[in-house]
Design a protein around this ligand. Sequence first.
Ligand code: SF4
Length: 311
Amino acid sequence: MNNDKNDLLSIIDNNEEQNSVLKEEQLIPVESLLATGRQHISYSELHDWIECPWRHKIKYIEKIQSDSESIHTIYGQHVHAGIESYLIDPEKKPIDSKLFIEKWHNEIIPGFISRMKESNNQKAIDDYLNNKNEFDNSFESIFEQVPVWLELTFPGWELHGAEVKLFENIGIKKDRFFKGFIDCVIVAPDKKGVKKYYLIDWKTTSWGWSFDKKTSFEKQLQLILYKHFFAKKYNIHLKDIKCSFVLLKRKPPKLTPNEHCEKIDVSVGPKTETRALELVDKMLAHLNKNLFPKNRNSCKFCQYKNTKYCP
Ligand code: SF4
Protein backbone atom coordinates (compact mmCIF):
# COMPACT_ATOMS: atom_id res chain seq x y z
CA MET A 1 0.00 0.00 0.00
CA ASN A 2 1.20 3.49 -0.78
CA ASN A 3 1.43 5.49 2.41
CA ASP A 4 2.41 8.83 0.90
CA LYS A 5 -0.33 11.26 1.81
CA ASN A 6 0.52 13.43 -1.20
CA ASP A 7 -0.25 10.66 -3.62
CA LEU A 8 -3.72 10.86 -5.09
CA LEU A 9 -4.27 7.16 -5.23
CA SER A 10 -3.36 4.14 -3.16
CA ILE A 11 -3.49 0.43 -3.84
CA ILE A 12 -5.36 -1.67 -1.38
CA ASP A 13 -6.37 -5.28 -1.27
CA ASN A 14 -9.82 -6.76 -1.64
CA ASN A 15 -11.71 -10.04 -1.28
CA GLU A 16 -14.46 -10.49 -3.82
CA GLU A 17 -15.89 -13.42 -1.90
CA GLN A 18 -17.36 -11.24 0.81
CA ASN A 19 -17.54 -8.06 -1.23
CA SER A 20 -16.04 -6.38 1.80
CA VAL A 21 -12.35 -6.89 1.28
CA LEU A 22 -10.43 -4.57 -0.97
CA LYS A 23 -8.72 -5.75 -4.15
CA GLU A 24 -4.99 -5.17 -4.41
CA GLU A 25 -5.45 -3.75 -7.86
CA GLN A 26 -8.22 -1.44 -6.77
CA LEU A 27 -7.29 2.23 -6.67
CA ILE A 28 -8.84 4.44 -4.06
CA PRO A 29 -8.70 8.21 -3.60
CA VAL A 30 -6.26 9.20 -0.91
CA GLU A 31 -8.81 11.53 0.69
CA SER A 32 -10.79 8.51 1.84
CA LEU A 33 -7.83 7.05 3.75
CA LEU A 34 -7.37 7.33 7.47
CA ALA A 35 -4.58 9.55 8.77
CA THR A 36 -2.49 6.38 8.92
CA GLY A 37 -2.60 6.13 5.12
CA ARG A 38 -4.77 3.01 5.31
CA GLN A 39 -8.40 2.12 5.18
CA HIS A 40 -8.06 -0.56 7.79
CA ILE A 41 -7.21 -0.90 11.44
CA SER A 42 -5.89 -3.96 13.28
CA TYR A 43 -6.13 -5.18 16.84
CA SER A 44 -2.51 -4.28 17.64
CA GLU A 45 -3.12 -0.77 16.33
CA LEU A 46 -6.28 -0.44 18.40
CA HIS A 47 -4.40 -1.73 21.44
CA ASP A 48 -1.73 0.94 21.01
CA TRP A 49 -4.42 3.59 20.62
CA ILE A 50 -6.18 2.48 23.81
CA GLU A 51 -2.90 2.63 25.72
CA CYS A 52 -2.07 6.10 24.46
CA PRO A 53 -3.49 7.91 21.38
CA TRP A 54 -0.31 10.01 21.19
CA ARG A 55 1.78 6.83 20.95
CA HIS A 56 -0.53 5.60 18.19
CA LYS A 57 0.06 8.85 16.32
CA ILE A 58 3.86 8.52 16.55
CA LYS A 59 3.85 4.88 15.51
CA TYR A 60 1.13 4.66 12.88
CA ILE A 61 0.80 8.18 11.49
CA GLU A 62 4.35 9.51 11.76
CA LYS A 63 5.58 5.93 11.25
CA ILE A 64 8.37 6.16 13.82
CA GLN A 65 8.86 2.49 14.53
CA SER A 66 11.14 2.22 17.52
CA ASP A 67 10.08 -1.29 18.50
CA SER A 68 13.26 -3.33 18.49
CA GLU A 69 13.35 -6.94 17.38
CA SER A 70 12.95 -9.28 20.32
CA ILE A 71 13.82 -12.89 21.00
CA HIS A 72 10.26 -13.43 22.23
CA THR A 73 8.78 -12.42 18.87
CA ILE A 74 11.24 -14.54 16.91
CA TYR A 75 10.68 -17.52 19.16
CA GLY A 76 6.88 -17.10 18.89
CA GLN A 77 7.05 -16.97 15.09
CA HIS A 78 9.11 -20.16 14.97
CA VAL A 79 6.69 -22.03 17.26
CA HIS A 80 3.75 -20.77 15.20
CA ALA A 81 5.46 -22.03 12.03
CA GLY A 82 5.93 -25.49 13.57
CA ILE A 83 2.31 -25.75 14.64
CA GLU A 84 1.04 -24.46 11.32
CA SER A 85 3.09 -27.14 9.51
CA TYR A 86 1.14 -29.71 11.52
CA LEU A 87 -2.28 -28.10 11.06
CA ILE A 88 -2.06 -27.89 7.29
CA ASP A 89 -0.53 -31.35 6.85
CA PRO A 90 -3.36 -33.59 5.56
CA GLU A 91 -1.58 -36.67 6.97
CA LYS A 92 -1.10 -35.05 10.39
CA LYS A 93 2.42 -36.37 10.76
CA PRO A 94 4.14 -35.40 14.04
CA ILE A 95 5.90 -32.04 13.93
CA ASP A 96 9.51 -32.52 12.88
CA SER A 97 11.07 -30.92 15.98
CA LYS A 98 14.58 -31.77 14.85
CA LEU A 99 14.14 -29.75 11.67
CA PHE A 100 12.83 -26.72 13.55
CA ILE A 101 15.54 -26.96 16.22
CA GLU A 102 18.26 -27.12 13.58
CA LYS A 103 16.84 -24.08 11.83
CA TRP A 104 16.69 -22.26 15.18
CA HIS A 105 20.37 -22.91 15.93
CA ASN A 106 21.78 -22.66 12.43
CA GLU A 107 19.80 -19.79 10.91
CA ILE A 108 17.49 -17.95 13.24
CA ILE A 109 19.71 -17.35 16.28
CA PRO A 110 22.88 -16.49 14.34
CA GLY A 111 20.87 -14.04 12.19
CA PHE A 112 19.23 -12.48 15.25
CA ILE A 113 22.54 -12.04 17.10
CA SER A 114 24.23 -10.55 14.08
CA ARG A 115 21.40 -8.02 13.55
CA MET A 116 21.40 -7.10 17.24
CA LYS A 117 25.18 -6.58 17.18
CA GLU A 118 24.85 -4.37 14.13
CA SER A 119 22.27 -2.24 15.89
CA ASN A 120 24.22 -2.25 19.17
CA ASN A 121 21.31 -3.91 20.94
CA GLN A 122 23.17 -5.88 23.59
CA LYS A 123 20.04 -5.97 25.77
CA ALA A 124 18.18 -8.05 23.16
CA ILE A 125 21.12 -10.47 22.99
CA ASP A 126 21.22 -10.72 26.80
CA ASP A 127 17.47 -11.42 26.86
CA TYR A 128 18.19 -14.50 24.82
CA LEU A 129 21.41 -15.57 26.58
CA ASN A 130 19.87 -15.21 30.05
CA ASN A 131 17.09 -17.66 29.10
CA LYS A 132 18.92 -19.64 26.46
CA ASN A 133 18.08 -23.08 27.87
CA GLU A 134 14.41 -22.20 28.25
CA PHE A 135 14.17 -21.06 24.63
CA ASP A 136 16.39 -23.72 23.05
CA ASN A 137 14.98 -26.71 24.93
CA SER A 138 11.25 -26.03 24.74
CA PHE A 139 10.49 -26.72 21.07
CA GLU A 140 10.43 -30.48 21.40
CA SER A 141 8.00 -30.63 24.32
CA ILE A 142 5.64 -28.00 22.86
CA PHE A 143 5.65 -29.60 19.41
CA GLU A 144 5.04 -33.03 20.92
CA GLN A 145 2.21 -31.83 23.11
CA VAL A 146 0.16 -29.63 20.77
CA PRO A 147 -1.19 -32.46 18.54
CA VAL A 148 -2.08 -34.58 21.58
CA TRP A 149 -3.69 -31.60 23.30
CA LEU A 150 -5.76 -30.78 20.22
CA GLU A 151 -7.07 -34.34 20.01
CA LEU A 152 -7.94 -34.47 23.70
CA THR A 153 -9.56 -31.04 23.78
CA PHE A 154 -11.42 -31.17 20.47
CA PRO A 155 -12.05 -34.85 19.64
CA GLY A 156 -12.82 -35.28 15.95
CA TRP A 157 -11.55 -31.82 15.03
CA GLU A 158 -11.00 -30.69 11.46
CA LEU A 159 -9.10 -27.70 10.22
CA HIS A 160 -11.09 -24.77 8.85
CA GLY A 161 -7.93 -22.73 8.30
CA ALA A 162 -4.59 -21.60 9.65
CA GLU A 163 -3.70 -17.90 9.56
CA VAL A 164 -7.26 -17.11 8.51
CA LYS A 165 -7.36 -13.61 7.07
CA LEU A 166 -10.01 -11.13 8.12
CA PHE A 167 -10.56 -7.95 6.16
CA GLU A 168 -14.11 -6.92 6.92
CA ASN A 169 -16.14 -3.75 6.82
CA ILE A 170 -16.47 -2.08 10.17
CA GLY A 171 -20.21 -1.76 10.80
CA ILE A 172 -21.90 -0.04 7.88
CA LYS A 173 -18.78 1.90 6.91
CA LYS A 174 -18.01 0.85 3.36
CA ASP A 175 -14.53 2.35 3.37
CA ARG A 176 -13.32 1.18 6.79
CA PHE A 177 -12.03 -2.31 7.48
CA PHE A 178 -10.81 -4.47 10.29
CA LYS A 179 -7.78 -6.56 9.39
CA GLY A 180 -6.48 -9.56 11.29
CA PHE A 181 -5.17 -13.08 11.00
CA ILE A 182 -6.55 -15.87 13.19
CA ASP A 183 -3.82 -18.38 14.01
CA CYS A 184 -6.08 -21.43 13.85
CA VAL A 185 -9.75 -22.14 13.21
CA ILE A 186 -10.97 -25.66 13.72
CA VAL A 187 -14.37 -27.26 13.53
CA ALA A 188 -15.39 -29.91 16.05
CA PRO A 189 -18.60 -31.29 17.50
CA ASP A 190 -19.54 -30.09 21.00
CA LYS A 191 -20.83 -32.45 23.75
CA LYS A 192 -24.25 -32.58 22.04
CA GLY A 193 -22.67 -33.36 18.69
CA VAL A 194 -23.38 -29.86 17.32
CA LYS A 195 -20.70 -28.51 15.01
CA LYS A 196 -18.85 -25.53 16.48
CA TYR A 197 -16.08 -23.29 15.22
CA TYR A 198 -13.14 -22.76 17.56
CA LEU A 199 -10.93 -19.73 17.02
CA ILE A 200 -7.50 -20.20 18.59
CA ASP A 201 -4.76 -17.68 19.15
CA TRP A 202 -1.47 -19.30 20.24
CA LYS A 203 0.50 -17.31 22.80
CA THR A 204 4.03 -18.36 23.67
CA THR A 205 4.96 -17.57 27.24
CA SER A 206 7.51 -18.55 29.87
CA TRP A 207 5.36 -20.00 32.72
CA GLY A 208 1.85 -18.70 31.90
CA TRP A 209 -0.32 -15.62 32.46
CA SER A 210 -1.35 -13.96 35.70
CA PHE A 211 -5.05 -13.83 36.63
CA ASP A 212 -5.14 -10.12 35.74
CA LYS A 213 -3.77 -10.80 32.29
CA LYS A 214 -6.18 -13.66 31.68
CA THR A 215 -9.16 -11.49 32.56
CA SER A 216 -7.98 -8.24 30.99
CA PHE A 217 -10.57 -6.77 28.61
CA GLU A 218 -7.82 -5.17 26.54
CA LYS A 219 -6.21 -8.58 26.06
CA GLN A 220 -9.53 -10.32 25.32
CA LEU A 221 -10.45 -7.57 22.85
CA GLN A 222 -8.36 -9.31 20.19
CA LEU A 223 -10.51 -12.44 20.23
CA ILE A 224 -13.75 -10.52 20.74
CA LEU A 225 -13.07 -8.66 17.49
CA TYR A 226 -11.83 -11.78 15.70
CA LYS A 227 -15.02 -13.59 16.63
CA HIS A 228 -17.26 -10.70 15.55
CA PHE A 229 -15.57 -10.30 12.16
CA PHE A 230 -15.17 -14.05 11.57
CA ALA A 231 -18.90 -14.49 12.16
CA LYS A 232 -19.58 -11.67 9.73
CA LYS A 233 -17.21 -12.99 7.06
CA TYR A 234 -18.58 -16.52 7.06
CA ASN A 235 -22.14 -15.66 8.09
CA ILE A 236 -22.03 -17.91 11.15
CA HIS A 237 -24.11 -17.31 14.26
CA LEU A 238 -22.07 -16.14 17.26
CA LYS A 239 -23.39 -18.99 19.39
CA ASP A 240 -21.67 -21.46 17.06
CA ILE A 241 -18.27 -19.87 17.54
CA LYS A 242 -15.99 -20.24 20.57
CA CYS A 243 -12.68 -18.53 21.01
CA SER A 244 -9.65 -19.10 23.19
CA PHE A 245 -6.09 -18.13 23.74
CA VAL A 246 -3.89 -21.18 24.07
CA LEU A 247 -0.79 -20.56 26.13
CA LEU A 248 2.27 -22.49 24.98
CA LYS A 249 4.56 -22.58 27.99
CA ARG A 250 8.29 -22.94 27.68
CA LYS A 251 8.63 -23.72 31.37
CA PRO A 252 5.32 -24.77 32.97
CA PRO A 253 4.94 -24.13 36.74
CA LYS A 254 6.22 -26.81 39.15
CA LEU A 255 2.68 -27.93 40.02
CA THR A 256 1.96 -28.82 36.40
CA PRO A 257 5.45 -29.50 35.02
CA ASN A 258 4.29 -31.34 31.90
CA GLU A 259 1.42 -29.09 30.87
CA HIS A 260 2.76 -26.94 28.10
CA CYS A 261 -0.71 -26.01 26.75
CA GLU A 262 -3.37 -24.07 28.64
CA LYS A 263 -6.66 -22.94 27.10
CA ILE A 264 -8.09 -19.62 28.21
CA ASP A 265 -11.62 -19.20 26.96
CA VAL A 266 -12.91 -15.78 26.07
CA SER A 267 -16.67 -15.50 26.27
CA VAL A 268 -18.23 -12.96 23.97
CA GLY A 269 -21.75 -11.85 24.86
CA PRO A 270 -23.70 -9.00 23.25
CA LYS A 271 -22.49 -6.50 25.86
CA THR A 272 -18.80 -7.31 25.38
CA GLU A 273 -19.22 -7.24 21.63
CA THR A 274 -20.92 -3.83 21.77
CA ARG A 275 -18.23 -2.49 24.08
CA ALA A 276 -15.49 -3.65 21.70
CA LEU A 277 -17.17 -2.16 18.63
CA GLU A 278 -17.77 1.12 20.44
CA LEU A 279 -14.03 1.32 21.10
CA VAL A 280 -13.34 0.78 17.41
CA ASP A 281 -15.81 3.56 16.53
CA LYS A 282 -14.29 5.85 19.11
CA MET A 283 -10.82 5.31 17.70
CA LEU A 284 -12.00 6.06 14.15
CA ALA A 285 -13.82 9.20 15.37
CA HIS A 286 -10.67 10.41 17.15
CA LEU A 287 -8.59 9.80 14.04
CA ASN A 288 -11.07 11.74 11.92
CA LYS A 289 -10.89 14.66 14.33
CA ASN A 290 -7.10 14.49 14.71
CA LEU A 291 -7.42 14.05 18.45
CA PHE A 292 -4.30 12.53 20.03
CA PRO A 293 -4.31 13.01 23.81
CA LYS A 294 -1.37 11.71 25.82
CA ASN A 295 -2.08 9.03 28.38
CA ARG A 296 0.58 9.54 31.03
CA ASN A 297 -0.57 6.38 32.84
CA SER A 298 0.96 4.29 30.06
CA CYS A 299 4.40 5.88 29.99
CA LYS A 300 6.29 3.41 32.20
CA PHE A 301 7.24 0.92 29.49
CA CYS A 302 6.64 3.14 26.46
CA GLN A 303 9.36 3.00 23.83
CA TYR A 304 8.93 6.71 23.06
CA LYS A 305 9.31 7.88 26.65
CA ASN A 306 11.91 10.65 27.00
CA THR A 307 12.63 10.66 23.27
CA LYS A 308 12.22 13.67 20.99
CA TYR A 309 8.81 12.26 20.02
CA CYS A 310 7.53 12.44 23.57
CA PRO A 311 9.91 14.37 25.81
S1 SF4 B 1 5.64 8.34 26.78
FE1 SF4 B 1 3.55 8.29 27.62
S2 SF4 B 1 2.48 10.02 26.68
FE2 SF4 B 1 4.34 9.64 25.48
S3 SF4 B 1 3.69 8.32 23.85
FE3 SF4 B 1 4.42 7.02 25.47
S4 SF4 B 1 2.61 6.51 26.67
FE4 SF4 B 1 2.10 8.25 25.41
